[in-house]
Design a protein around this ligand. Structure first.
Ligand SMILES: C[S@@+](CC[C@H](N)C(=O)[O-])C[C@H]1O[C@@H](n2cnc3c(N)ncnc32)[C@H](O)[C@@H]1O
Length: 250
């Protein structure tokens, strides 16, 4: 008789042990898990936008890669792409990371041997060994003062991946992100060491002309680029400004 109980006791006796799937079966299962487009059932999560976000996360290869590599966010790959394309991380003596939560850019910077990294975000960030992380608003002069004194000198690189919480109203979101980028450009121009580099997230569309002109005036080389790791459907791209020049406007 081969009921379940008998089969189990056979296994416990050690006569017929299952040694796990073959390598090929395991790979097939893994492929199936990761490569099947995942859908979230309507019952559990009520908001359509939340469901869409979770589905996107589950089906995004960069999310999986980031989890496997230990990066706190897929955003790490954008900085790595920007570095590969422009050599952005050449001088990481003193770095400012504006809008640093949850911390993947700071992680990349520390891994690249940055000497001093100071990050700031509205949200709290879990500590990252060697980095000084501040919970605060870039529009708060006190928080910015704390940031500069932690840095012990002029930054050689200023990064901003800041994005305002989205409202769903395209134009409002665009304007709010442009304002954050403007703030980052002004901060870079007021503080960077001569020869230093700057990079900020911007959103495509509308009000960007002045920003570009300001960067052109103050940097030797300014480019706009959308890294391959930036989601195709997102209006996000990055302005990279290399070689800060001394200007009268400072
Ligand atoms: C896309 S996330 C940054 C991801 C980060 N680069 C990483 O790799 O983990 C954008 C961040 O900008 C922050 N942010 C938005 N407005 C800010 C402000 N006024 N001051 C400081 N941080 C701000 C948000 O809180 C958010 O955490």
């Amino acid at each position: 008789m081969t009921d379940k109980k008998t089969e189990r006791s056979k296994t416990e006796d050690g006569k017929r042990r299952w040694k796990g799937p073959s390598a090929a079966d395991a790979e097939r299962a893994r492929e199936k898990t990761f490569n099947t487009k995942k859908k979230i059932k309507k019952g559990g999560i009520t908001k359509k936008s939340s469901r869409a976000w979770i589905e996107r996360q589950l089906n995004d290869p960069y999310v999986r890669r980031a989890q496997e590599a230990g990066w706190r966010a897929r955003a790490a790959y954008k900085l790595l792409d920007l570095d590969e394309k422009f050599g952005l991380l050449k001088n990481t003596q003193r770095v400012v990371d504006l809008g640093c939560a949850p911390g993947s850019w700071t992680q990349v910077l520390m891994q690249r041997g940055a000497h001093y990294v100071v990050g700031i975000d509205l949200l709290p960030v879990e500590p990252i060994a060697g980095a000084h992380l501040i919970e605060g608003d870039v529009n708060d002069p006190e928080a910015m003062k704390e940031m500069m004194s932690a840095l012990q000198g002029k930054p050689t690189l200023v990064l901003s991946d800041m994005a305002a919480a989205t409202t769903g109203h395209k134009q409002t979101d665009h304007i709010r992100t442009v304002q954050l980028a403007e703030m980052a450009v002004q901060f870079a121009i007021n503080n960077l060491e001569i020869g230093g580099n700057f990079c900020t997230k911007v959103f495509q569309g509308g009000a960007q002309g002045d920003l570009k002109a300001l960067m052109d005036e103050n940097f030797a080389d300014v480019r706009y680029w959308k890294p391959p790791s930036s989601r195709a459907g997102s209006p996000e791209m990055f302005a990279v400004a290399l070689g800060f020049k001394q200007t009268k406007k400072r």
